[in-house]
Every structure is written in structure tokens, then in C-alpha cells.
Write a protein that binds this ligand. Structure first.
Ligand code: HEC
Length: 149
């Protein structure tokens, strides 16, 4: 009986603590599968290979591969700092006020795009949502990334 209670308490705590946390496994992975996988999946090249033969891959609608937690985080925090945010931003934070070129991939309607952008923002961390590149970002800013698994 004691054991059962301990298990319940733990379960409740986990649900409570995670209630408003956006995680890769629960929120981002399904969204990514729905909206990004067909061009960035396991049949797409890693960024290094992509860059060596960009034209060919682009003609084939393939962008750099980001089909795991680590490969997606690569484009948010390090080493390709800010790439995910520069591409997904709706224009509110970009230098020219225009949406990043992957923003349109976020949904079939403006409503869906905004809802999915919100999820990505909360996953990266509201304070971590930056357009900055690796050479521009400070250690303090890097430490703001959430990117919960
Ligand atoms: C129809 C195919 C397609 C879909 C769907 C798509 N992308 Fe892309 N993506 C590309 C291509 C091709 C490139 C490379 C060309 C470019 O830089 O714009 C790219 C580039 C990117 C980059 C820049 C990577 C770098 O070079 O640093 C990011 C980040 C990105 N996509 C994220 C996403 C996310 C997140 C989604 C889902 C919401 C998504 N893309 C959906 C085709 C796609």
C-alpha cells in the first residue's frame, strides 16, 4: 500500500511540474513530424553534406536533416545558433520585419502557424528567442535556452 502511494505522489508531481513545460517528446516531435519531416527527415543530408551540394538538395526539396532532438537543438542553440528562430519567426523579431522562409511551413492557416510558432517559442524559451548568430551571442544568452527533452 505504501508503495502504491509513493507511486501516485510521484505521478502527480510529474504531471504538475510538467503542466506548462513544452518538451521535445510531447509537443515538438509530433509538430515536427507533421510540418517539417518531409524535407528535414532521415533521408535528408546533415548540414555539412547539404552545404556541399546545396543546389541539388534544394531542387529535391531537401533541407538539412534535423530528425532527432540533438539535430534539431543544433539549429537553435549551438553550433548553428539562431537558425531555427530566424527561419520560423513571423516577422516580429526579424531585421527586415519579414517572416523567416520556414514560417509558412508551420501550418495550413495563419491561426495554425501562430499556434505552432508559440509552441516553438515556448520550447526554445521566450527569453531565448533570438535572431543572433554564433558570433553575436553571449554566454548569458546561451544559458537562457530551454529546449526541454
Ligand atoms: C517543402 C520542404 C520543407 C519543409 C516542409 C520545411 N523545410 Fe526547412 N528548409 C527546406 C530547405 C530546402 C531548406 C534549405 C534552403 C534554405 O536555406 O532556405 C530549409 C532550411 C531550413 C532551416 C535553415 C537551416 C540552416 O541552413 O541553417 C531551418 C532552421 C529550417 N529549414 C527549419 C524548418 C522547420 C522547423 C520546418 C517545419 C516547421 C521546416 N523547415 C519545414 C525545406 C523545407
Amino acid at each position: 500500500m505504501k508503495k502504491v502511494f509513493a507511486g501516485c505522489a510521484l505521478g502527480l508531481f510529474a504531471v504538475g511540474a510538467g503542466a506548462d513545460e513544452i518538451t521535445y517528446r510531447e509537443h515538438i516531435r509530433p509538430l515536427w513530424l507533421d510540418r517539417c519531416e518531409r524535407c528535414h527527415g532521415s533521408d535528408a543530408p546533415y548540414l555539412g553534406d547539404f552545404e556541399e551540394d546545396r543546389k541539388r538538395y534544394e531542387a529535391d526539396d531537401k533541407g538539412p536533416r534535423m530528425d532527432t532532438y540533438a539535430d534539431l537543438a543544433f539549429f537553435a542553440s549551438w553550433p548553428d545558433t539562431g537558425a531555427l528562430m530566424r527561419r520560423l519567426d513571423d516577422g516580429s523579431n526579424t531585421a527586415n520585419g519579414k517572416p523567416g522562409n520556414m514560417y509558412r511551413e508551420l501550418g495550413r492557416s495563419e491561426e495554425e502557424r501562430q499556434a505552432n510558432l508559440k509552441l516553438f517559442k515556448r520550447w526554445v524559451g521566450k527569453k531565448a528567442w533570438t535572431m543572433k548568430r554564433p558570433a553575436e551571442i553571449s554566454k548569458e544568452e546561451l544559458l537562457r535556452f530551454k529546449l526541454a527533452y
